[in-house]
Design a protein around this ligand. Structure first.
Ligand code: 4AD
Ligand code: MG
Length: 485
């Protein structure tokens, strides 16, 4: 008999015999003549009610995996329209409910992070797996419609794209004696499997630029790694970055438009999906459970957020104007910051939050554009192509996309496509060297004005779900000092 999932069965409003469902027992209630089990399989937040004989329920406990056969009948209870009258139940594996570290009661996020292998079974966490999957499907569809080619870029690289020195260096376990038989000249390189130091990638951008020059528009969603000692709710050591590059453009607006229409498409899909509806329900439940946690978004906030994304038309402000706005706010005592805003010091997280909360009214992301060159990576093109890059306060054609709480959701720029100017910029930032010769080549052969962006995919999931810590939207999070199973 064909098996049906819980979501599909719950949607069925007519009686049926010979129904076959697989799932896990969420809870059990035993009475004298009858037992009730709530069954879920992660396809929906809702559970189905299974009605069993008390004696057969003895083999079950909270968490047991089961196969149930029975008939789908109208229910006498008020909580569900239909229920499964079980004729046959089979426990499919061991289940020690008593010693399970995951208990069906409130457990703190900090504790749950110590059992990442069990955590996704909590319905509010399971739905985050579905959210991730659905957002990837929306993005795939969006990019395909826009003529972008999905690509894969390497994880092991020779360069530090951002030049921030936050790379993990690859080391091999090759024992010294394992190379005794090799050619003598190879012994010298034994420390480095690839002869010279290699790193886990911090961004796919440079490789993506090479691929864009073959097919015009490319995108990727790939793992990136940063050895940042940042112990914050926004930073992971391993995270997914969504990146895209597009050729034949000199306009930063073109790049920002892609980001805007992309997130707008994702939000529109979410607004009409069951995952979206169920996410809003988990938010409501979350707030009912912990009335005191006011900092996290309510269901109403979330819906407003998705609508703001779907509508597009997000505010744009230059970096210089943003600094001015912050200074005005301080002088009018509208806000107090720990760090005084200044053009040269750069935006602190508290400033970014304020910008998102005021200019975006907390409902829309805000593009801040044209940052000073000194604050940004070597590959960015100047706002004004006739600028001399040695002038410290000159700006580059770039943007950061800011949202409340998470601060920077995405960043992008027009790339320097002129060979000499790129060389100068690399020299100025001290990143020039053989390992980037290939990148320089891109400016020699078929060079073309182009631009692109990178978006923190896990941060996006936080923004969409209202989960306040990026460690809780990633199944197996890694951050400074922590790499559990
Ligand atoms: O701003 P970043 O460092 O930009 C780049 O790496 C560019 N090369 C991307 C490009 O243009 N193709 O990183 C991009 C985004 C940030 O805006 C942020 O959302 C996210 O990646 N991000 C992190 N997310 C989680 N944990 C971290 N440690 C992150 N570091 C950056
Ligand atoms: Mg950035």
């Amino acid at each position: 008999r064909e098996r049906v999932n819980v979501a599909r069965l719950l949607a069925q409003q007519t009686a049926a015999d010979g129904v076959n469902v697989h799932g896990w027992v969420q809870s059990l209630r035993r009475q004298k003549k009858v037992a009730f089990a709530a069954i879920s399989d992660g396809s929906t937040l809702d559970t189905l009610q299974a009605v069993l004989k008390p004696e057969v329920s003895a083999q079950l406990s909270t968490g047991t995996a089961v196969r149930l056969t029975g008939s789908w009948q109208a229910s006498k209870g008020s909580k569900q329209s239909h229920e499964l009258q079980v004729s046959h139940v089979e426990a499919l594996g061991a289940n020690d409910a008593e010693h399970n570290p995951l208990q069906p009661k409130y457990q703190t996020p900090e504790f749950l992070r110590t059992i990442p292998h069990l955590r996704p079974r909590i319905p509010a966490n399971a739905i985050l797996l579905r959210l991730r999957s659905q957002v990837i499907a929306s993005l795939t569809q969006f990019f395909s419609q826009q003529g972008f080619v999905q690509t894969h870029t390497p994880i092991i690289t020779s360069s530090d794209c951002e030049g921030a020195g936050e790379v993990f260096t690859i080391s091999s376990n090759m024992a010294k004696d394992s190379v005794e038989s090799q050619k003598p000249e190879e012994k010298a390189s034994v420390e480095h499997f690839f002869r010279t130091p290699k790193y886990l990638t911090v961004s796919a951008q440079l490789h993506l630029e090479a691929l864009a020059q073959a097919v015009d528009r490319v995108w990727t969603l790939s793992p990136t790694f940063r050895a940042e000692r940042s112990d914050t709710p926004r930073h992971l050591s391993e995270f997914y970055m969504l990146e895209a590059e597009l050729c034949f453009t000199k306009e930063l607006d073109d790049v920002m438009s892609v980001v805007e229409s992309m997130l707008s498409a994702v939000a529109a899909d979410l607004l009409r999906s069951r995952t979206g509806t169920e996410l809003l329900r988990t938010r409501e439940a979350h707030h009912a459970e912990q009335e005191t946690t006011t900092e996290s978004a309510t269901a109403t906030d979330l819906k407003q957020r998705w609508t703001g994304l779907a509508e597009g038309g997000w505010p744009r402000i230059t970096y210089a104007n943003a600094i001015e706005m912050l200074l005005d706010a301080v002088s009018q005592s509208k806000v107090k910051f720990t760090y005084k805003p200044s053009y040269s010091a750069g935006l602190q997280a508290e400033h970014e939050r304020y910008i998102a909360a005021t200019i975006g009214e907390g409902k829309r992301p805000v593009f801040v554009t044209d940052y000073p060159r000194v604050q940004k990576a070597f590959y960015m093109a100047p706002t004004d192509p006739s600028d001399d890059e040695s002038t410290a306060d000159k700006t580059v054609a770039c943007f950061d996309l800011l949202v409340p709480e998470l601060c920077e959701l995405a960043g992008g720029s027009i790339r320097e496509h002129r060979s000499q100017e790129l060389l100068k910029a690399m020299d100025a930032k001290g990143v020039a060297g053989e390992h980037l010769d290939w990148y320089q080549d891109l400016r020699e052969y078929g060079s073309v004005p182009h631009g692109g962006f990178g978006l923190g995919f896990d941060r996006l999931l936080c923004y969409l779900s209202g989960v306040t810590n990026v460690r809780d939207v990633v199944a197996f999070p890694r951050w400074y000092g922590r790499c559990e199973c």
